[in-house]
Design a protein around this ligand. Structure first.
Ligand code: GLN
Length: 454
């Protein structure tokens, strides 16, 4: 039947690692009971969402799409998922992702890549990457398998997959969403956020996910605004900065064109468009690819075969052999690459040359942004330098893969709120994303500019 064909098609995307329909049904029942009792219903009452596999939820395997966490069933709930359950959501399942959130195409998953539901006009049926690392989330939403999903963004992993699949996603200011119970990649950068079909849904879901949590030492102790109530696409009196350093040599012409269009739409919405400068932009990507692996190498030291998940113990082996066998078998190649880069840049002889230097660059990037807010309220830029690429196209070339993050990482290094909204389709019929970067804590300004583009 058509229904079964659709189910098979949906499964072929490989977006969900684990299905948890009982969780979504229990949430729906709880809402029904509330309704029957005449109680007020929470804002996301009964909405079935997808949960990125990086989030711990009680009793459901959480693997960060890595073999090393095989069998790890958390006994605790991440703060963000608990907040979503409190807001009335239920969970449809755990979503595929790049292993430990390291990647831009979802191809580093230990459980197979995710396939984007999109195809090029002239590409036959060649499968495309859904972006990464939240590629299960982006594919599931754009294929209409779920109305919304959680994502995490360390260096673009909400925004770039949203751009590749024609959906919206926002990374809030660092500290808005608790990291407690979210499997750590690079703790000074990791932020959770919503991915959904439009800006309003993102605003509603972000509000549900945000808020102070004493269990995360970097959580912001600030009230959560009602972002949905504050939505307005009237940008009168607002200045939108176009950062000139983002207009890179050899930039894809279709990306440049959609960026210009985005500026026009914001002008039509009442904003003044100004050219601005973020002089250290070109150092952001190299700094990110030192800082993120450095933190990852430390965070991932805990996967030793003793405390979590999988253990590989060759016959007659000692403790060291067990560590080595477990890590050799459990981590995928990209994760091993990051651990090696991270331990290298943190080692005694190289620490100052790489890690300290990257931290200085990070401070300069943050200062660029701090100064730019004297000239504008939000920034507009492309989300990624290309539309979705084919599966396998960049997977042998880590540098080419890393370059896809060039527009995403500066806001991450500075901890700023940043969103991707669909800008339109390219000549191949593929979605292109526009990115709005905002001042610290100004998610409202970001969402409103997104609404004006959408
Ligand atoms: N693509 C980037 C990386 O591989 C960003 C990942 C992320 O934001 N989790 O590090």
């Amino acid at each position: 039947t058509a229904f079964n064909a659709n189910v098979a098609e949906a499964k072929a995307l490989n977006a969900f690692l684990i299905d948890t329909p009982e969780h979504a049904l229990a949430a729906a029942d709880a809402i029904d009971a509330k309704r029957a009792a005449g109680e007020e219903l929470p804002i996301m009452a009964g909405v079935p969402i997808g949960m990125k596999d990086l989030f711990c939820t009680v009793g459901v395997e959480a693997r960060a799409a890595s073999e090393i966490l095989n069998g790890f069933k958390p006994t605790y709930e991440s703060t963000v998922s608990q907040k979503l359950w409190d807001a009335g959501c239920g969970m449809l399942g755990k979503l595929n992702m790049d292993q430990f959130a390291m990647g831009s195409s979802n191809e580093t998953s230990a459980f197979g890549n995710v396939i984007s539901p999109w195809r090029r006009n002239d590409g036959g049926n060649a499968p495309l990457a859904p972006g990464g690392s939240s590629g299960g989330s982006s594919a599931a939403i754009s294929a209409r398998l779920c109305p919304a999903a959680t994502g995490t963004d360390t260096g673009g992993s909400i925004r770039q997959p949203a751009a590749f699949t024609g959906i919206s996603g926002i990374k809030p200011t660092y500290g808005r969403c608790s990291r407690w119970g979210v499997i750590a990649f690079a703790s000074s950068l990791d932020q959770a956020g919503p991915m959904a079909r439009d800006v309003r849904d993102c605003a509603i879901m972000l509000e549900a996910m945000s808020g102070f949590d004493p269990k995360d030492s970097t959580s912001l102790d600030l009230p959560v605004p009602n972002w949905e109530a504050g939505l307005s696409s009237n940008l009168k009196g607002k200045r939108v900065g176009i950062p000139k350093e983002y207009r890179m040599d050899g930039m894809n012409a279709e990306i440049a064109a959609i960026w210009d269009k985005g500026a026009e739409w914001l002008r039509d919405a009442g904003a003044e468009i100004v050219e601005v400068s973020l002089p250290h932009t070109r150092y952001a990507l190299p700094a990110y690819y030192i800082i993120a692996p450095a933190e990852a190498s430390s965070n991932l030291a805990r996967y030793d075969g003793v405390r979590y998940g999988q253990r590989n113990l060759p016959d007659g082996a000692g403790l060291q052999d067990m560590y080595a066998a477990t890590r050799a078998a459990g981590f995928g190649p990209e994760v091993k690459r990051r651990i090696m880069i991270g331990t290298y840049v943190l080692s005694a002889g190289f620490y100052d040359a790489y890690y300290t230097q990257a931290q200085k660059v990070r401070a300069l990037i943050a200062r660029d942004f701090a100064q730019v807010w004297e000239h504008c309220d939000v920034l507009l830029a492309p989300t990624a330098p290309s539309a979705a690429f084919g599966l396998g196209e960049n997977s042998d070339d880590p540098i080419a893969m890393y370059l896809n993050d060039v527009f995403a990482v500066p806001a991450s290094l500075a901890g700023l709120p940043a969103m991707s909204v669909p800008g339109g389709l390219d000549s191949q019929g593929l979605p292109l994303g526009l990115q709005i970067i905002g001042k610290p804590l100004d998610e409202q300004g970001v969402l409103n500019a997104g609404l004006a583009i959408e």
